[in-house]
Design a binder for this molecule. Structure first.
Ligand code: SF4
Length: 271
């Protein structure tokens, strides 16, 4: 039986990568907040929502424009609760990108602004992609002052539903054996040196992956120093295992995804 299952998984990998079927997103999951049609009354009406946001993810830019930094968003829903119907929970949780700026979205008069061109890949991102697309990669996890929720989800990414190893992605004990560092947390004062050391002992080419909102932006805390600009940002507090895995697949070039495009499509389809 196991042999047949493994054979099927090997021959038809897509059948076993449909995470939505295997483990559907909870219908009550909040996801990121997005404006509703009521936002036409103007972003100034979101002043209270911007004030209650614990991470400063909402910025009122002008009388017609508001910017959400989804790299700071904890998906806590506080802003939607006090927005008098001008914001709603979208249920959308796939907040990951290869460039930090892609997680910042502006809405003008309640409409998502034109999607910017994708940022070109950095040379090390290209090299990492070409080397890992077929074989996958090994990573060392560094818990850099987080609260262990990301670690729980990373553990779950190895269970039989998400099965990280099917993608050739495995966790190793030493950074010397790793192709990438996956770190969580805002990198507090006691963890910046260990993170830097783990990064320094790795051989090139290598990638730095920020996993969880705190690792992307600091979240509720000030962000500590990083060895370099991360090559992949996976936001969410914490991100689900399938979100983490899809982020890894994006980094390896195994599927094409742009956060802003996906969000735009969802918002347009819901009209
Ligand atoms: S962190 Fe909470 S309050 Fe701030 S934008 Fe995200 S859901 Fe809204």
């Amino acid at each position: 039986m196991n042999f047949l299952y493994e054979l099927k998984s090997f021959l038809f990998p897509k059948n076993v990568l449909d995470f939505d079927k295997a483990s559907p997103v909870n219908p009550n999951s909040r996801g990121i907040p997005v404006p509703t049609a009521k936002m036409l009354e103007g972003p100034h009406t979101l002043k209270l929502a911007a004030e209650v946001c614990p991470t400063g993810a909402i910025q009122i830019i002008s009388d017609s424009e508001v910017q959400f930094d989804y790299g700071k968003c904890l998906q806590c829903g506080l802003c939607t609760e006090c927005s008098a119907g001008k914001l709603r929970d979208s249920g959308f949780i796939y907040t990951f990108a290869l460039h930090r700026e892609e997680l910042k979205v502006s809405y003008v008069n309640g409409r998502m602004q034109k999607i910017k061109d994708p940022h070109p890949l950095a040379p090390n991102q290209n090299l990492f992609r070409s080397l890992t697309k077929k074989r996958g990669f090994l990573y060392r996890e560094v818990a850099a002052s987080g609260n262990n929720t990301v670690e729980s989800e990373l553990n779950a990414s190895f269970n039989s539903v998400f099965d990280s190893e099917r993608e050739g992605v495995r966790c190793v004990a030493s950074p010397k054996h790793a192709d990438a560092i996956v770190f969580s947390g805002p990198v507090g004062i006691n963890m910046s040196a260990p993170l830097q050391t783990a990064w320094d002992v790795m051989a090139e080419p290598k990638a730095l992956i920020a996993c969880g909102t705190e690792a992307v932006s600091g979240g509720l805390y000030p962000m500590g120093p990083l060895p370099k600009e991360p090559d992949l940002y996976i936001s969410g507090d914490p991100p689900r295992p399938d979100v983490i895995l899809q982020g890894f697949r994006l980094l390896m070039g195994r599927f094409s995804f742009r956060f802003q495009e996906a969000l735009h499509k969802i918002l347009e389809n819901e009209k």
